[in-house]
Write a protein of this length. Structure first.
Length: 331
């Protein structure tokens, strides 16, 4: 399908299930916030900063991602961040977003979980009223920090009383297997949270097995390297476990050499429940609709292909039964 304007994408009910809210922090906002608070930045201009967005791997991206998010300091900053993202997502046709946030990256800078969650909740309510978009929050564990910090983060989030949908696992993957977090994920499941984990982005297929069998996750974030293991592919297909895949991210973090190498057909043909997502759109060249438009061009996707991806995103989401029915009826 040739659809450079993306009208087909905008007509379908796409859910964004893999977006790090701190990864929506645009260069202009970084400069505006740094100027407002007097925080020095090691870049002369937005252009200079954007020039640094050439990554060799996940770690080289994470270094910049954590450094830039220091400009986020107040509840209002998190409100503005969340509201700007949700308005942009709505403009691109996204009907529902499950937003990852990294509370430990903020608490270690002295910003409480309750400050972060208050700002994001206000953004969800405000932009939801304005546009009809729905959204929820998944707090992620920084897997390269000590396990005790993850336990404390979960305690404080639960004590804060702010509603969250789930618990996730992100940051540097290799060397930090999911099994380290068995206990904290067990507590989250007992508390009624939905659970997901980044696995198989840079780490081996074995980390995907661990995420499923040790953490009991309901979705795998990325999961590219699962395709190396036929028994794992069969398991994911049999159980209908969604993979929240991220094409632009994979290219920018050199998980794959170019967009044409994104394993979309391979994964769909294997019967996997693939969803398309943006990961860190301010860093990787675009939002969900941009990813979908580029895939449409690269893989000559038909309107049936796009519809399948939209339906997959709704089915993989954690919305309630009424919203699910409503969204499916739009597909
Ligand atoms: N945090 C933000 N983006 C991430 C990614 N792509 N992988 C792991 N952790 C992340
Ligand atoms: Zn991610």
């Amino acid at each position: 399908m040739t659809d450079p304007s993306g009208a087909a994408v905008r007509r379908l009910p796409f859910c964004e299930l893999h977006v790090h809210i701190e990864g929506t922090l645009e260069p202009a906002t970084i400069f505006a916030l740094a100027r407002a608070t007097g925080l020095p930045l090691p870049y002369a201009s937005e252009r200079d900063l954007a020039e640094a967005y050439r990554f060799a791997d996940l770690q080289s991206f994470l270094n910049l991602y954590y450094e830039n998010m220091r400009v986020l300091q107040t509840e209002e900053d998190f409100f503005e961040l969340g509201a700007a993202y949700l308005r942009r997502a709505h403009a691109g046709g996204t009907v529902h977003a499950e937003m990852f946030v990294d509370p430990q990256a903020h608490s270690k800078r002295g910003i409480a979980e309750s400050v972060v969650l208050a700002g994001l909740h206000r953004a969800i309510e405000t932009v939801g009223r304005e546009t009809g978009i729905t959204a929820s929050i998944i707090v992620c564990i920084l897997r390269d920090d000590p396990v005790i910090e993850a336990e404390r983060m979960l305690d404080r989030v639960l004590e804060s009383g702010f509603a969250i949908t789930g618990l996730g696992l992100d940051s540097a993957e290799v060397g930090y297997p999911p099994s380290l977090f068995r206990s904290v994920f067990g507590r989250a499941r007992d508390a009624g949270l939905r659970v997901v984990a980044h696995a198989g982005e840079e780490g081996p297929a074995d980390y995907v097995w661990q995420a499923l069998d040790v953490l009991g996750v309901e979705r795998i974030d990325h999961g590219n390297r699962a395709l190396e293991d036929p028994a794992l592919v069969a398991r994911l297909a049999r159980d209908g476990v969604p993979l929240t895949m991220c094409p632009f991210s994979n290219v920018r973090l050199r998980v794959i050499p170019d967009l044409a190498s994104f394993p979309l057909r391979e994964a769909l043909d294997a019967g996997l429940h693939v969803t398309i997502n943006s990961d860190d759109p301010a860093y990787f060249g675009g939002y969900l609709d941009d990813n979908l438009r580029a895939l449409t061009a690269a893989f000559s996707l038909t309107s049936d292909d796009l519809r399948e991806l939209a339906v997959n995103s709704v089915r993989a989401s954690f919305v309630d039964a009424d919203r699910r029915r409503q969204l499916i009826s739009l597909a």
